[in-house]
Write a protein that binds this ligand. Structure first.
Ligand SMILES: [Fe+2]
Length: 131
């Protein structure tokens, strides 16, 4: 089952919600890749997805952090730290390992992303006040 962007994930800040929706879409692309035939070579698709995810997350985090800075949100440093950890995690993925063990590594990535959607968006971002 795909990951659904339900109202539970809404921050009420339209621009941030639109970007979170895109993060859900990218997580679902990862899900679809997991579901594709495990006998197929998925390496190029995995790398492409990871690059897109890294670039999109960096843009989104910058936008979200600028908003938190603007409203002087007191938890903005915890947010920034978690964002940093997310990017570090993506950067730490070893492409050789992914190539050799595609399905297992892909599941790990999906698990990480799915946890992030709940753990970060729902538990952290949803507390960011609307200006
Ligand atoms: Fe955030």
């Amino acid at each position: 089952m795909k990951y659904e962007f339900t109202d539970d994930y809404l921050t009420g800040i339209d621009s941030i919600d639109a970007e979170h929706r895109r993060l859900f879409d990218l997580t679902n692309e990862c899900y679809e890749l997991v579901m594709e035939d495990a006998a197929e070579d998925k390496y190029d698709k995995i790398v492409e997805l990871l690059n897109e995810l890294r670039a999109y997350a960096a843009t989104h985090f910058a936008n979200e952090e600028a908003y938190m800075e603007k409203i002087n949100y007191d938890k903005r440093f915890s947010e920034r730290y978690q964002h940093l950890r997310f990017i570090q995690k993506l950067d730490s993925l070893a492409l050789d390992d992914i190539d050799e063990n595609q399905q297992e590594e892909l599941l790990k990535i999906l698990d990480f992303l799915a946890r992030w959607l709940t753990g970060h968006i729902k538990n952290m971002d949803c507390r960011i006040p609307k200006a």
